[in-house]
Design a protein around this ligand. Structure first.
Ligand code: BES
Ligand code: MN
Ligand code: ZN
Length: 508
């Protein structure tokens, strides 16, 4: 929980009071005037603290006399380094997020329950951004998933903070409140995507996506439709049906609609909801296979973003989210290499490798979504290829698009979110790798350019509509190391990219 307070920091009696200090060339760390200034000066003189990124120091006001930090009533004070001022807005925003994340992590290991954070008013950003990024950093770093573990207070190294209070640090309170609310909503949504992704394959099934979307729709007054196997058979969705036919869990196509006005343009979001990917008959090696419960992170990101869309109700845009959800298992009825399926719309596909299943379920959803909702733009998110990890590692999401304006909007949204994207090319030469002797297309293009050929497969089903594909296989899990991203766990990537994009673009 996070809220704004107008209580004076020096009167705060809680567990932990947090200040930020920037790194300055040669001079002492940049810190707001007041009682902590003396403490920062002392630590700086001792050579212990200069405001570098990740640097912190802690002190206990009760230990010092009156006149300086002794005036403070908080049990502890933490000063967190912001580092040198970043060159541009995205870099400055990320600096604030990272420092706030460091503060929350430290607060967690101190087992502080009530924490007051004084905003770093000296950062060269609009007050709204400072508050937004502080809220994001705090809440994202405070995340924890322990649904399936017995609580053992003795052994816990970190306990999430119960309550964050934000103090405006002298910045305009109205802007600070707006920013804090934007940041808190985005962070909570990203944490809800992490929750879905952390659930094991038997805890989050295709039906879980449907149940979750129905609840969301009820809460925020959106429309939800769920297509089951029967409905998908009637519509001829051979991709989703084919992938699901090897498993006992029934597939779902989940549709969530936010409508502002009929005349407004529609943005279509599609998220891969593969709740467990064993590879099917082209089975994956046993080592690390448990990680394939994360193959639904695209679907999770899309539904989590809709949670905020339903709450904020942006004017000037309609948003429709589609999540094709299924498992990919090697059952007796499973799809086999050599099988030919027919996608929604009639395109036939020769299955070369049943582990290239993401594109099969996305193709149906894209074709159906575009035909049904006539969107002005389409964005899909998917943990689609191992190849994107080879190309970009865990640090950047792959972006492939048939439209430069849409691609540029997403690159910017990603930079502002601290979730950078890197654009890769498309072109007929890559599509050629998917030519089949027996069907309209085949589902793999060999090892070269694996991320691009996967996107080329999707492109076949979007036609001329502006479309962008985010390959999040490297970033949805074990995303680049930073204070507010958990290690070897789902990151909630994409949620804040989508929100930044939707909040800034009316699509008109
Ligand atoms: N879900 C995987 C992609 C993936 C790999 C996600 C590693 C996260 C980490 C996808 O369904 C898959 O198996 N892709 C294959 C495609 C290949 C058979 C053409 C891959 O990347 O190996
Ligand atoms: Mn696969
Ligand atoms: Zn997959």
């Amino acid at each position: 929980m996070i809220e704004l307070t107008d209580r004076k920091p020096r009167e705060f009696k809680g567990d932990l009071l947090v200040y930020f200090a920037g790194e300055r060339e040669k001079k002492m760390a940049d810190c707001p005037a007041g009682p902590v200034r003396k403490a920062v000066r002392t630590a700086w003189k001792a050579g212990d603290f200069s405001g570098r990124k990740g640097e912190t120091f802690l002190f206990y006001p009760a230990m010092s006399g009156p006149g300086g930090a002794g005036e403070l009533r908080a049990r502890r004070v933490l000063v967190v380094g912001l580092g040198k001022p970043g060159d541009d807005i995205p870099a400055l925003r990320e600096q604030v997020r990272i420092a706030a994340g460091t503060a929350a992590a430290r607060a967690g290991s101190l087992k502080a329950d009530k924490v007051l954070v004084v905003l770093p008013a000296g950062v060269e950003l609009p007050p709204e951004d400072i508050a937004e990024c502080t809220a994001e950093g705090l809440l994202l770093a405070n995340y924890r998933f322990d649904r399936y573990r017995k609580a053992d207070p003795e052994k816990e190294e970190r306990v999430p903070v119960g309550r964050f209070l934000l103090h405006d640090g002298g910045l305009a309170t109205g802007s600070v409140r707006r920013g804090m609310e934007l940041g808190a909503r985005a962070a909570r949504a990203a944490c809800s995507a992490r929750d879905m992704a952390n659930e094991p394959g038997n805890g989050w099934t295709p039906s879980s996506f449907a149940d979750h979307a129905r609840k969301l729709a009820r809460r925020t007054d959106m429309k939800c439709r769920v297509l089951d196997r029967g409905a998908m058979k009637k519509l001829g969705m051979g991709g989703i049906l084919g992938v699901s036919q090897g498993s006992a869990q029934p597939p779902r196509l989940v549709i969530l609609e936010y409508r502002s006005a009929k005349k407004n343009p529609t943005l279509l979001l599609v998220g891969k909801g593969l709740t467990f990917d064993a590879g099917g008959i082209s089975i994956k090696p046993a080592a690390g296979m448990e990680e394939m419960k994360y193959d639904m992170c695209g679907g999770a990101a899309v539904l989590a973003a809709m949670e905020v869309v339903g709450r904020e109700k942006p004017s000037g845009i309609n948003v429709v989210a589609l999540v094709p959800a299924t498992e990919n298992l090697p059952g007796g009825a499973a799809l086999k290499p050599g099988d030919i399926i027919t996608h929604y719309g009639g395109t036939t596909s020769e299955i070369i490798n049943t582990d290239a299943e993401g594109r099969l379920i996305l193709a149906d959803a894209l074709a159906y979504g575009i035909e049904t909702y006539r969107p002005k733009a389409v964005i899909d998110l998917a943990t689609l290829t191992g190849a994107v990890i080879i190309g970009l590692g865990h640090h950047r999401t792959g972006l492939l698009a048939n439209d430069d304006t849409l691609a540029d909007g997403l690159l910017e949204a990603g930079d502002l979110a601290g979730e950078p994207l890197w654009r890769l090319p498309l072109g007929p030469e890559y599509r050629k790798q998917l030519d089949s002797e027996v069907a309209d297309i085949k589902n793999t293009g060999g090892r070269p350019a694996g991320t691009i050929t996967a996107a080329a497969y999707l492109q076949e089903f979007v036609g001329e509509v502006p479309w962008a594909h985010l390959d999040i296989a490297g970033t949805a899990w074990n995303f680049t190391e930073k204070s507010y991203v958990p290690k070897k766990a789902p990151s909630g990537i994409g949620v804040r990219i989508l929100l930044n994009f939707i909040r800034r673009h009316s699509l008109t």
